[in-house]
Design a binder for this molecule. Structure first.
Ligand code: ADP
Ligand code: MG
Length: 398
């Protein structure tokens, strides 16, 4: 699934209202019945106006018709949710145009976007919840019967959690991209002009960089946090030219950490495993890529936890609850993330996923893949219906 903004400019304001109505209706209905769409949208043109918009939206794949035994109805597609989020970012004047896609994961799309000043930013679109039920039984039981329709909910939880942590981490002075805004399953953040560590073949002083990365793990731990996916893809390395005292030009490397939906608390029941896994990941990478092995053992979870208690710093692991997450939301998101991890470990590409990708279209004809820039429709203000959705966005919808 990828973002395709081509149809965006052609949608009339009534179409946006109807699209928003389908989104609102899907909070309580997996399949939104047409009369409900009419009722929520309250278009001046009445039912016939709504029907016209419904066909326009279905034609460009933003909603999909589903026939069921009891009634026919529509559901929002990933494309529809993408449009609604972009519409909100655009109305807030945070995004004016959408450019190249720089990262493609199974569970996220990373796009370069720009505001009307031409400032480039990064839009991360979460795509969670294509459940395959192949992991541990507890997860499977937990998520059973909840998979359909929950992609919207789970992807939004991932975005909310990531955004909350990025704000909290930045406030504590951690090197993370500045989080700018969140809408639905997307977050907008500053673009970091850097390559992932993965793409760096040599560094002048591996021991120094290794030390800095381990320090970051320990600093997170002091604030009660474990990144949970601290690997060479999620560490961007900024190269900064400095002039030394002797007048020589030198390069300093500054790591920037990204990708936070899976962060866990130091109090999590499996905290030690996640902590050790993060440490091990860095050790393994430095040994393979830079042939560097630290002479110091550890760091160890026990010591990190002791240091956390002693330091008495602001505990950021409470951030998620503070940002409006209920216990159930935390549990739902965690189950989905573990599922995603298990799929990765499996080498994935399960049949179920193939079936789910019916919304995917051909990867060849997207101008945004070729570096083209697409101006999205510029909305004047977030309309009242949209604002209503936004204000309800922390509600549990499954
Ligand atoms: P995923 O959850 O799919 O792994 P990430 O947040 O790790 O998503 O982003 C995927 C890739 O996109 C990163 O490895 C990085 O190359 C790029 N990326 C993400 N955020 C930024 C950013 N703010 N600035 C520059 N590149 C980024
Ligand atoms: Mg990542």
């Amino acid at each position: 699934m990828k973002l395709d903004t081509r149809a965006m400019r052609y949608l009339a304001s009534e179409d946006w209202r109807v699209l928003t109505a389908v989104e609102m209706g899907s909070k309580n209905h997996e399949l939104v019945p047409t009369p409900l769409i009419e009722k929520i949208a309250r278009l001046k043109g009445g039912a016939s106006g709504v029907h016209k918009s419904i066909s326009a939206l279905a034609k460009v794949g933003l909603i999909a018709r589903v026939k069921e035994a009891k009634y026919d109805g529509y559901r929002l597609t990933y494309g529809g949710l993408d449009y609604l989020a972009l519409h909100t970012h655009s109305a807030r004047k945070d995004i004016y145009s959408v450019g190249t896609r720089i990262g493609v994961g199974k569970e996220s799309d990373i796009m370069i976007v720009a505001d009307n000043q031409g400032t480039q930013k990064v839009l991360k679109i979460h795509r969670l919840g294509r459940i395959s039920f192949r992991t541990v039984k507890s997860n499977r039981d937990y998520l059973k019967n909840r998979a359909s329709g929950s992609w919207m909910y789970l992807s939004r939880l991932a975005a909310m959690k990531e955004f909350a942590f990025m704000k909290a981490l930045l406030a504590e002075g951690f090197p993370v991209p500045e989080p700018i805004a969140q809408s639905r399953h997307t977050i907008l953040m500053a673009l970091i002009d850097a390559f992932p560590l993965r793409q760096i073949s040599a560094v002048p002083d591996p021991a120094k960089l290794y030390g800095e990365l381990i320090s970051l793990i320990l600093r997170l731990a002091k604030h009660g946090l474990i990144h949970g996916d601290f690997n060479e893809f999620n560490i961007l390395i900024k190269e900064i030219k400095v002039t030394t005292e002797s007048g020589e030009e030198a390069l300093t490397l500054e790591p920037v950490i990204i990708d936070f939906p899976q962060m866990v608390s130091m109090e999590h029941q499996n905290a030690e495993m996640y902590f050790d896994r993060d440490v091990e990941c860095i050790k393994r990478f430095f040994s393979r890529r830079f042939h560097f092995t630290s002479t110091e053992p550890g760091p160890f979870f026990k010591d990190a936890k002791r240091a956390m208690k002693k330091a008495g710093l602001t505990r950021l692991d409470a951030t998620v609850e503070a940002s409006g997450f209920t216990k159930k939301m935390v549990k739902d998101l965690e189950a989905a993330i573990r599922e995603k991890e298990a799929m990765k470990a499996d080498g994935n590409n399960s049949d179920e996923e193939e079936e789910e990708s019916e919304e995917d279209d051909d990867d060849d004809d997207d101008p945004s893949d070729k570096g083209g820039e697409i101006i999205i429709g510029v909305a004047n203000e977030v309309d009242d219906l949209d604002a209503e959705v936004a204000s309800k966005s922390t509600e549990d919808e499954v």
